[in-house]
Structures are given as structure tokens and as C-alpha cells.
Design a protein. Structure first.
Length: 506
């Protein structure tokens, strides 16, 4: 029996569907928490689809360019390469978890202290914050040199010890002890972002076929790091509910201990290859000379400093920016308009995971050279941060309310996806262009301008405001983009000028 709709029935069905769809969207955006939970689910679905896409496209697909040849010429991943990846990733994720645990409660743990019977002022908390950055800038090159000379495994173990000292210092009510803890944490940070990576590259150079899979390893490391960050946020909240604001720091010590144990058991020591150096131990002066002699190292290092400075400035500005936009979007709402910072942070990490997955897709499936994908990633990051600067500007009178929140969130999520692409990209580029003889020293030398820029912005934040700080981040990202396009140009010219020797018989 045929089914028929009454006259006008189709229009009625359409109206019902439209009304139902509108109702669903209204529910999703009814509260800030619902809105960001919906965004988190959407980001997760997008990442899952990107993971599945290579099976559809096929591993043999590639774009034009030299890197497709490199991708097709990779040797199959050997057991030794897989073993190296397992040993590195197990340690790396534990150390990163220890770091992520401390971040969400940095302000609260120091704000809970009493000095002279009074709660810690914003000025005191700012000094503690800047002490960590300053110690990273001042001591970074020296501890980097020590890691290259004495061993990257030892440098990683030193990080766990220094970071544990910093975490334990948060239990003290004495200001000088807290300051010393921040100094230790700052020195430890310089080791965290240099020693494990240098160890990996050093081991890869002595493991057959491992250099071909460094990009793959970095992609896995930072994709997993996003998941670790989300889990660490939940663990930190649980620890804080049980032990107060020092709880996450106490838990962090446990992860540092596990990381140190695995480092001792799974890693063998490696030091810088000094065969090309004039001395047995790498020096800071030699590292500076190495940088000056190679424009490719300058471009990679400048990109590192500029991008990471923009990222740290962003970290300080997104909470008030999001809070203001949420208040505008939900003004007059009968439900709670509190900003769900934990969920927003999870969305950022999901965006990073999407970016890390995109890095793997572009390199492994599309055969895109890292220099190329990084160039366009940096350009996108510049546009995204520029959008965030505009939407938070007092001159923005065109976009308000819910459209403002949507536009700002889209800009910030896009930037975080670029962050997810950045870390495996810069790790791969450093492995290609920074010599092993001075790797940790050079990485830490580029941390000096990074920290100077971040501290300068932080000291002038009252005059700059949110939009001004994000505008500086935009300019920094724009310069990083120019550096990466310049690196592409240098590599292209070198490839074009390679001698093409023809046999006399021909």
C-alpha cells in the first residue's frame, strides 16, 4: 500500500525537522559548558576522521615534490626502530604528564600562601612566575652544554630531580624557598625541552633506519602528549580536591619518579658527537659560531623562538579573553555563565591532537615536506592569532554576543591545532639542520630571545591589554612564517644548484 502525504505534508515535515534541528542547537549552546562539550566532541570526531582518511586515500598517495620520493624510499620500520620509539615515548609521556599536572594550579598554589599574615599579592606571584622564565634564559645554555658533554640521559635525570625540587618547594610557606623552587623548575624546563629530544636524535643516528622515522616518532610523541595533557588535567583536579592546591604538585613528583626509573632502565647514555668540534666538549662560543655559519640553523632557531614566545604569551591571555566573550554571549541568561576553563583546556588539547594528526597525514600519506607544511601552518597560525587580537580589541564593534564567542573560539582552536603541528615539525627540522655536536646548547641559546620577549610582554601587560599582547603574538608569528618561507627558499636554491654530473661517455 502506497504511503501518501496530505497536501502540504512535505512542508510540514520540513518545518518539523527544522524546528527539531533548531532545538538541538539551542540545547548545545544553552550554557557555556554545553557549548564547549559540543566543541570537544566535534574536535574528537574530526581527529578520528583524519585518522581513518589515510586508509581511504592509500599510503601510496603523494603530492608533487621531493619528499614524496623520500617517503617511498623509507626502509620498512625495523624492530630496532620500534624499540627505540617505545623506549623514548614511554619516558617522554611520563615526563610531560608531570609537567602538565603542575600547570593548571600554578596560580592557585602560590595565591594560597600567606606572607606576613597576608595572602600573596599578584606582584609576588608575578615575581615567582618571572623567576622561572629568567632562570630558563640564564642557565639554559649552560645546562644544555652540560647535557651535550656529560650525556642526554643524565640531563633527563637531572630534569626529574630539579622539577621534583620545584614541586616539593610548593609545600613551603617561606618566600625564599618558593623562589629557589622556581629557579630549579626553570632550569629543569630548559632540560625537558632539549635533553630527551637530543637523546632521541643521538640514538636514531646509531640505529639503522631510525632517522627516516624521526618525523613519525615526533608525530606520535606530540599526538600522545595531547591525550596525556587531557588526562593530566583531570588527575590534577582530583588531586587538588583531595590535597588542596599542592596536591597536583605532589602527584607530579610520583610521575617524575616513574620517568626517572624508566630512563635509568630503558635508556643508554649518549653524548654529543664532537668529531666536527675543535674541542672534546662543546662550548657555548662554538655553538654561537655554528649558528652564525649556517643560515638554515638561524631560520629554524628564529622560528622556534618566535613561535614559542607567541604561544607563551597566548597562554597568559586566553583565560580572560574567553571569559569576557562568554559573559558577552550569555548576558542575561538564566543559567550559569561561568567559564568552564577545564573543558576549554580539553578543547585546546583536542585541537593540538588534531594538528599532530594532520602533521602525520601530510608527511606520511601526502608526502609533503616538513618545510612546506610548516610554512603554511605558521601562516595559518598568524591569521588565527590576528583574528583573536581583532576580536578582543576595543575597536571591534561589528562582532558581539554569540557570534563574537564563536569567532574567537574558532581562532583560538585554529591556533592550538597549529601548535599541535608545530612541535613535531620543529623537532623534525632540528634533527635535520642542528648538528648533534651542539644540539642541546643551540636549542637553549634560542630560548634566550624567547624568554626576553615573553617577560617583556608580561611586564607591560597593563599597558598592552589582552588585544595588545595578542597583537605582539601575531607579529611574532608573522616573523616566524617569514623565517620558514626563507628556509624553504634556501633549501630550494641548494637543490637547484646541486651539480648534475654527466658522464663523458654520454
Amino acid at each position: 500500500m502506497a504511503l501518501s502525504l496530505p497536501r502540504g505534508g512535505a512542508a510540514t515535515v520540513s518545518a518539523v525537522v527544522a524546528e527539531g534541528t533548531s532545538s538541538v542547537f539551542q540545547t548545545m549552546a544553552a550554557t557555556p559548558t554545553n557549548l564547549f562539550h559540543t566543541a570537544l566532541v566535534a574536535l574528537g570526531v574530526a581527529t578520528a576522521l583524519l585518522k581513518v582518511l589515510p586508509r581511504v586515500v592509500g599510503s601510496g598517495s603523494s603530492v608533487e615534490g621531493g619528499s614524496s620520493v623520500e617517503a617511498s624510499s623509507k626502509t620498512p620500520k625495523s624492530a630496532a626502530v620500534k624499540s627505540l620509539q617505545r623506549r623514548f615515548l614511554a619516558v617522554f609521556w611520563l615526563l610531560r604528564c608531570a609537567d602538565w599536572l603542575q600547570g593548571p594550579y600554578f596560580y592557585e598554589v602560590y595565591a594560597s600562601k600567606l606572607f606576613g599574615g597576608k595572602p600573596a599579592s599578584m606582584g609576588v606571584i608575578s615575581k615567582l612566575f618571572l623567576t622561572g622564565f629568567a632562570s630558563t634564559a640564564v642557565f639554559g645554555p649552560f645546562v644544555g652544554r652540560a647535557a651535550d658533554a656529560r650525556g642526554r640521559k643524565l640531563g633527563t635525570l637531572a630534569f626529574t630531580a630539579l622539577y621534583a625540587v620545584g614541586a616539593c618547594s610548593t609545600k613551603s610557606p617561606v618566600l625564599w624557598a618558593l623562589l629557589l623552587g622556581r629557579v630549579a623548575s626553570g632550569i629543569g624546563t630548559s632540560l625537558l625541552f632539549s635533553a630527551p629530544e637530543s637523546w632521541l636524535v643521538g640514538e636514531a643516528q646509531t640505529t639503522e633506519g631510525a632517522m627516516d622515522y624521526l618525523g613519525d616518532t615526533f608525530g606520535m610523541a606530540y599526538a600522545g602528549d595531547s591525550l596525556v595533557a587531557i588526562a593530566a588535567g583531570q588527575l590534577a583536579a582530583l588531586a587538588a580536591s583531595k590535597r588542596g592546591p599542592t596536591g597536583p604538585f605532589e602527584l607530579s613528583v610520583g610521575f617524575l619518579g616513574m620517568g626517572a626509573l624508566l630512563t635509568s632502565l630503558l635508556w643508554k647514555e649518549n653524548v654529543a658527537d664532537t668529531s666536527s668540534s675543535s674541542s672534546k666538549q662543546p662550548s657555548i662560543k662554538e655553538a654561537v659560531d655554528v649558528i652564525r655559519a649556517d643560515p638554515k640553523i638561524i631560520m629554524v632557531g628564529a622560528t622556534q623562538s618566535l613561535f614559542e614566545a607567541a604561544m607563551y604569551i597566548f597562554v597568559l591571555q586566553w583565560p580572560p579573553a574567553i571569559s569576557k566573550a562568554v559573559s558577552s554571549a550569555f548576558a542575561g541568561a538564566s543559567t550559569s555563565t561561568a567559564t568552564p576553563y577545564g573543558t576549554v583546556f580539553s578543547c585546546f588539547m583536542a585541537s593540538c591532537l588534531l594538528g599532530s594528526t594532520m602533521f602525520g597525514f601530510l608527511g606520511n600519506v601526502m608526502g609533503c615536506a616538513t618545510e612546506t607544511s610548516a610554512s603554511f601552518m605558521l601562516a595559518l597560525a598568524t591569521v588565527a592569532m590576528g583574528g583573536a587580537a581583532f576580536f578582543t580589541s576595543p575597536f571591534n564593534t561589528m562582532v558581539t554576543g554569540m557570534p563574537l564567542l564563536g569567532a574567537l573560539v574558532a581562532s583560538l582552536f585554529a591556533f592550538e591545532a597549529c601548535v599541535g603541528m608545530y612541535f613535531p615539525s620543529i623537532g623534525t627540522l632540528r634533527s635535520k639542520y642542528v648538528p648533534d655536536s651542539h644540539r642541546s646548547v643551540i636549542m637553549n641559546l634560542w630560548g634566550i630571545p624567547l624568554n626576553v620577549l615573553v617577560v617583556s610582554v608580561f611586564l607591560g601587560i597593563h599597558k598592552l591589554g589582552i588585544s595588545g599582547a595578542l597583537s605582539i603574538s601575531t607579529a611574532s608569528l608573522g616573523l616566524a612564517s617569514l623565517c620558514m618561507f626563507r628556509l624553504r627558499s634556501i633549501i630550494s636554491k641548494e637543490n637547484d644548484t646541486e651539480p648534475k654530473i654527466l658522464s663523458i661517455k654520454e
